[in-house]
Design a protein around this ligand. Structure first.
Ligand code: HEC
Length: 127
């Protein structure tokens, strides 16, 4: 019985998939889908809900019309409509601290690098 073991081992081995390569047809894998790259700051502007109030173009015409009907909201494209400053630093401060007493909440949970990237993104909307 003991010397049968190597034989059993060989039989098992001959049935394992790696040994049946002659009748194996290569499987056709579908090509990977094209990569979609969303610019990092833009993604954050959308994911954090900024766009829902401020609008995707920053013009203050977001989809949250209920909130917007009772609020003053800046047009990020027009520097004269910012109350708290339109520099990158000022924008970052508005994001981090929010505007107390308004719908603009403090995004203090965001990393500094994230806030800076979004602030820069908003600044690029300025005309
Ligand atoms: C629920 C709606 C809402 C959301 C969400 C929101 N905001 Fe605001 N935001 C406002 C309103 C309203 C004001 C104007 C507040 C005021 O001064 O009356 C404002 C003001 C600001 C200001 C200051 C503009 C100024 O007048 O100087 C900046 C900058 C800003 N938001 C950026 C952002 C960014 C970036 C996000 C996302 C991380 C964001 N907001 C999310 C409603 C929103």
């Amino acid at each position: 019985m003991k010397n049968l073991l190597p034989l059993i081992f060989l039989i098992v081995l001959s049935f394992s998939p790696s040994c049946t390569s002659e009748d194996e047809t290569p499987k056709k894998e579908p090509p990977p889908p094209p990569a979609v790259t969303v610019p990092f700051p833009e993604a954050m502007y959308v994911q954090n809900g900024c766009a829902s109030c401020h609008g995707i173009a920053g013009n203050g015409r977001g989809t949250r019309t209920q909130v917007l009907s009772t609020s003053r909201i800046p047009n990020f494209q027009d520097k004269s409509t910012y109350i708290y400053g339109s520099s990158k630093e000022a924008i970052a401060k508005s994001i981090k601290n929010g505007i107390p007493g308004t719908y603009m909440k403090a995004y203090s949970h965001m990393r500094k690098s994230e806030i800076d990237a979004v602030a820069e993104y908003i600044q690029k909307m300025q005309k």
